[in-house]
Design a protein around this ligand. Structure first.
Ligand code: NDP
Ligand SMILES: O=C1O[C@H](COP(=O)(O)O)[C@@H](O)[C@H](O)[C@H]1O
Length: 585
């Protein structure tokens, strides 16, 4: 088997010296949970509850004319911990106008309008605000409202007044049809916005929900013809992709900066707005037990895993020009890695955090081609249902080599992480939909209980899992004595399962990020030097993959992906943590 795969997996020449062939310990196991009853037992530990007061934080100031004022609240309270206050210069009320550029598109319907409604519902938008859809399609205000209303939802815990709130929100939504490269059309938009702003101090947010080739045109026109003119701010949220390599990304930044300052550009990476990604720093820096372990001394490897159980359906045209490395790894997974690995920032200020993230990115070792595994899904029939291959998508060129799966081994060459493999894995059309961070710890030295684990000691090391989605959870796998008179150990989870612990629904990432952009909070947006560093890391290997026309390993739709990914991990003495050996909790 090893020989077969060793010739088959491009990254692992059969003559590899030290770490190949990998020991079976690290290869995909087929152990079923049913045959391993000792793994089934688990332990649930609840977060300690007490009635004391929680934190008192200074009042946050922001630039939107609104303030979020953290209150003193009991730790266990589920009530909203922030109070909204409207205030403006000289006592005048401010207004925010949010223009969704590309309002007729998929992202706008799916994410942006629903997120804006959620913010409105929760009282996070100022008293006076306007939402304006802008696109080339011809639509009336009423048609836009009909379109938007189809995707608005109220949270399960907030059904009260839902319809009424939706109606009120929709009344604030307007539409303006125009070209993305017409200053005249944007000047007409400006006129319309001014009417709605009614002479109030106005702040303007433009959300570019359009294909990247028209970003600069739209920014130029918005900036020259529709910026806030009366002392308010103008900000632009830019959606990825921010280029497709170092050169195109630098060119995009340069063009955007002809019309905007860096402070006005909000490069969105919606993974940074996900609850558990935001919690990463809280977990690490506010719990004494984690930070001392956060280094090569105790951590053996870190895994960043993204999987989707559907293909590129409908987005193949876009995807084929980018591939999974650019679509997921270079941004979402790398951003999580940087947050995970950064040193303690001086403060929670955006610049302090982003400074630390950049240092991590700049300390990363260039990625070698042999440390990358590529895959592409092929058609597969299961249970009588035929699932298409990637290349069956009509928008994908026949014979495309674009990877829909990739696994990579990365290293941070600094004192904290020297030698620790950071393994990434991202794929479409896999067996499940999941995003998680797995931290595998080293062995307990001289473990007294070695013999109780049998021969596979690797299964007895601690693992911290941060399940970003779905069913958010943080759990730590520990070894535990099975109750009884004997001395049998099993693996159990100390489990913080969000649905059980918190009654409030978790906001969508776009809500948090939109609110932050309105408030001028840049912590969760990508600064241009971060972007440069991220592209510098991936561009050389992407070029090599494309120049050499590397053929991906074909994996069946709905499978666990290419087998070579296991050989890549094994090469670094790692076993992927998501092999399905654990108890789902
Ligand atoms: N959809 C998603 O899940 C995600 C999208 N993104 C990014 O967000 C942005 C928007 O995505 P999405 O809504 O899917 O994009 P769409 O392809 O749906 O485009 C949005 C709108 O832009 C206009 N448009 C489309 N193609 C062109 C073109 N060639 N020239 C001029 N205008 C065009 C259309 O409006 P009209 O014809 O009315 O002008 C369309 O409704 C993109 O940058 C995408 O990469 C990022 C993450 C996820
Ligand atoms: O940015 C992207 O993200 C989505 C996955 O986002 P999620 O929040 O649903 O996990 C992915 O489907 C898409 O290809 C990519 O462009």
């Amino acid at each position: 088997m090893a020989t077969l795969y060793s010739t088959h997996c491009r990254s692992f020449p059969s003559s590899s010296s030290t770490s190949f062939p990998p020991s079976n310990r690290f290869l995909p196991a087929t152990v079923s949970l049913k045959s391993q009853p000792q793994f089934l037992q688990h332990l649930s530990v609840h977060t300690q509850q007490h009635d004391g007061a929680a934190t008192v934080s200074p009042v946050e100031n922001n630039h939107s004319g609104k303030r979020r004022i953290p209150e003193i609240v009991p730790v266990i309270s589920s009530k909203e911990s922030e109070v909204e206050v409207d205030f403006g210069k000289d006592g005048n009320e401010v207004t925010v106008s949010i223009t969704v550029v590309g309002a007729s598109g998929d992202l706008a319907k799916k994410k942006i309008f629903p997120a804006l409604f959620a913010l409105y519902y929760e009282g996070f938008l100022p008293k006076h605000f306007t939402v304006c859809g802008y696109a080339r399609s011809k639509m009336t205000d009423v048609e836009l409202r009909n379109m938007v209303s189809k995707t608005l939802t109220c949270r399960i815990d907030q059904r009260e007044n839902c319809n009424e709130k939706m109606e009120q929100f929709l009344k604030r939504c307007f539409y303006h049809s125009g070209q993305y490269d017409s200053q005249e059309n944007f000047a007409a938009l400006d006129k319309k916005l001014k009417e709605h702003e009614g002479g109030r101090a106005s702040n303007r947010l433009f959300y570019l929900s359009i294909p990247p080739n028209i970003f600069v045109d739209a920014v130029k026109c918005a900036s020259l013809s529709a910026s806030s003119g009366n002392g308010g701010w103008t900000r632009v949220i830019v959606e990825k992709p921010f280029g497709r390599d170092s050169e195109s990304s630098a060119a995009l930044t340069k063009s955007l900066k002809q019309y905007l300052t860096e402070d006005q550009i909000f490069r969105i990476d919606h993974y940074l707005g996900k609850e558990l990604v935001e919690n990463l720093s809280v977990l690490r820096f506010s719990n004494l037990i984690f930070e001392p372990l956060w280094s090569r001394q105790y951590i053996r490897n870190v895994q960043l895993i993204f999987s989707e159980d559907f293909g590129t359906e409908g987005r193949g045209g876009y995807f084929d020009n980018y591939g999974i490395i650019r679509d997921i790894m270079q941004n979402h997974l790398l951003q999580i890695l940087a947050l995970f690995a950064m040193e303690t920032p001086v403060s929670l200020d955006a610049e302090d955090i982003r400074n630390e993230k950049v240092k991590v990115l700049r300390s990363m070792r260039p990625i070698k081609l042999e440390d990358i595994v590529l895959g592409q899904y092929k058609n597969h029939t299961r249970g009588g249902v035929a699932y298409p291959a990637y290349v069956d998508d009509k928008t994908v060129p026949k014979g495309s080599l674009t990877p829909t799966f990739a696994a990579a081994a990365l290293f941070i060459d600094n004192a904290r992480w020297d030698g620790v493999p950071f393994l990434m894995k991202a794929g479409k059309a896999l067996h499940n939909k999941r995003a998680e961070i797995r931290v595998q710890f080293r062995h307990v030295p001289g473990n007294l209980y070695n013999r109780n684990f049998g021969s596979d000691l690797d299964r007895a090391t601690n693992e911290l899992v941060i399940r970003v989605q779905p069913d958010e959870a943080i759990y730590l796998k520990i070894n535990n004595k099975v109750p009884g008179l004997g001395m049998k150990l099993d693996r159990s989870n100390l489990n913080l399962h969000y649905a059980a612990r918190y009654s409030k629904e978790i906001p969508d990432a776009y809500e948090r990020l939109l609110l932050d952009a309105i408030e001028g909070e840049r912590r969760l947006f990508i600064r241009s030097d971060e972007l440069d560093a991220a592209w510098s890391l991936f561009t050389p290997v992407l070029n090599e993959i494309e120049d050499k026309k590397i053929t991906p390993e074909y994996y069946p739709y709905g499978s666990r992906g290419p087998v070579c990914a296991h050989y890549l991990a094994a090469r670094y003495n790692v076993r992927w943590g998501d092999l399905g050996l654990e108890v789902e909790q």
